[in-house]
Design a protein around this ligand. Structure first.
Ligand code: HEC
Length: 198
């Protein structure tokens, strides 16, 4: 076979593709085994999210016995109709503020329809929970989580990895809970008015 520029390319491209696939796979394995993954979604983060969920249930911030507040019209990335509640909760002996945002959506969603039937429109529950000093000092020690109505976590797919949305979510990344909430007025990552954290 004469190695024309065209036939050269037909060999080089598949070879390069294969090589990059192998490299990517290798990197992912290294990240997983060395614990160098993103500062979220680890087994500890998932376990913590379950402890937080139980405490939220007890405090009647989530679940079938959850208290109600006033739903209002929201904007992306949170739902079309939102509802915020907050309370101090205790998780594994640590007492801290929990802010719960219920995100409602789907066909026919409106303040009235949500008021009439919350569970029909509930899509996600995004939570900030103030952890012990030193958990994430740079970012005000918030634990972040995005739950489904049944208390399991929402998952984000990135580079073939499934990342559970709990922990220091997307710390150091230009998009995500932490980087967006960094812009909230008052310096404590909270947008809503009238929530006294300490
Ligand atoms: C692109 C920006 C952005 C991202 C990303 C984002 N939020 Fe928010 N979040 C907001 C804004 C703006 C508000 C308040 C305004 C509103 O929606 O009513 C808010 C409100 C909240 C509140 C109520 C307390 C407050 O700050 O007002 C919680 C809890 C919350 N977000 C959790 C999360 C979690 C958990 C994530 C990640 C899974 C996340 N947010 C990602 C912008 C963002």
């Amino acid at each position: 076979m004469k190695l024309t520029p065209k036939s050269w390319r037909s060999i080089a491209f598949p070879a390069l593709t294969l090589l990059s696939a192998i490299t990517l796979y290798g990197c992912q394995t290294t990240i997983r085994t060395m614990g160098m993954g993103p500062p979220m979604g680890s087994a500890t983060d998932v376990a913590d999210s379950q402890d937080v969920w139980s405490a939220l249930q007890k405090a009647r911030l989530v679940g079938s016995q959850a208290e109600k507040s006033k739903p209002y019209m929201g904007s992306p990335p949170h739902g079309k109709v939102l509802e915020i509640l907050h309370k101090q909760i205790t998780v594994n002996g640590h007492k801290g503020m929990a802010i719960v945002k219920r995100n409602y959506g789907g066909p026919g969603v409106s303040i009235n329809s949500v008021g009439a039937n919350r569970s029909k429109y509930l899509k996600a529950i995004t939570v900030m929970y103030k952890r012990e000093t030193g958990y994430d000092a740079e970012d005000k020690n918030w634990f972040w989580a995005k739950y489904k109505p049944n208390g399991s976590l929402h998952v984000k797919e990135k580079m073939g990895m499934k990342i559970q949305l709990a922990g220091r979510v997307a710390k150091g990344k230009p998009e995500g809970c932490i980087s967006c909430h960094q812009g909230a007025p008052g310096g404590d990552f909270v947008f809503a008015n009238g929530i006294q954290i300490r």
